[in-house]
Design a protein around this ligand. Structure first.
Ligand code: UDP
Length: 239
């Protein structure tokens, strides 16, 4: 699959439709695979976190989850077809899972949020099979319990919502023994679906301004947003 390397990390040139087709193929093949959802902050974190960088470089699919990556690709004389948001992917995979009979497991977020997200996904996609939900934590002392819980539940798709880089490192370390065909770190997606945080309106997303909307609603993210909107473009241009 074609990719564009940005700050040393390959970003795959996929659309949402191609991502869903890739997931279907991976579920059929049953080899444990990992999807990451890099955005500019991921790549800036990976510059100083070698473990995270290695995880991103080894991921089977890195979807372009940030308008800044599309701009960076163009600056480098290349092209990524569209932004594929991890938060949109959760609902899209749930729809496909309901059709195909896949079992999905939701791990992470604050207590009760994964459960509520699962109930809302089931209401939106009748017939969806939830293999399990669990808040848990990415801490080492929780690993054995969570791995036992997930392997017993035998999901086809595992969503992990611990935020980056913790979620992605957790999946990379456990995926071989989990044996789940597709595992994805989904950040704050459960919070969006469960209504604990609000996604930017479609028009703002289309204009590439989701970050600005998020800055207005969640000003404590200012530091992260400066990283994405100022420091990331400078880093790309300096290369
Ligand atoms: N989280 C968690 N356990 C932790 C740390 C974080 O469950 O030890 C969850 C948190 O509740 C939230 C998600 O991880 O649901 C991180 O969301 P954030 O909005 O920071 O991620 P983003 O979407 O920006 O990647």
């Amino acid at each position: 699959m074609r990719s564009v390397t940005i700050l040393g990390v390959p970003i795959h040139a996929v659309t949402m439709a191609e991502t869903l087709a890739w997931v279907a193929e991976a579920v059929a093949t049953r080899v444990p695979r990992q999807i990451c959802t890099p955005n500019p902050e991921f790549l800036m974190t990976a510059r100083r976190d070698a473990d995270f960088r290695a995880v991103l470089q080894a991921a089977d699919l890195n979807i372009p989850d940030g308008i800044g990556l599309l701009w960076a690709a163009r600056w480098l004389g290349d092209r990524l077809p569209e932004r594929v948001a991890g938060s949109d992917l959760v609902g899209a995979i749930a729809a496909q899972a309901a059709q195909a009979g896949w079992r999905v497991f939701l791990l992470g977020a604050a207590p009760g949020v994964a459960e509520r997200t699962a109930a809302l996904l089931q209401a939106a996609h009748p017939g969806l099979t939830i293999a399990g939900t669990e808040s848990g934590s990415p801490r080492p002392e929780d690993v054995e319990r969570l791995v036992a819980l997930i392997t017993t539940a035998r999901p086809d798709v595992l969503f992990v919502a611990y935020g980056a880089p913790a979620q992605d490192k957790w999946i990379a370390a456990q995926r071989a023994r989990l044996g789940v065909p597709v595992s994805i770190g989904v950040g704050g997606s459960f919070d969006f679906i469960a209504g604990r945080s609000v996604r930017a309106p479609q028009w703002a997303q289309r204009l590439g301004l989701e970050w600005l909307y998020r800055l207005g609603r969640e000003p404590w993210r200012a530091r992260r947003i400066v990283t994405a909107v100022v420091e990331f473009p400078l880093a790309v241009m300096r290369r």
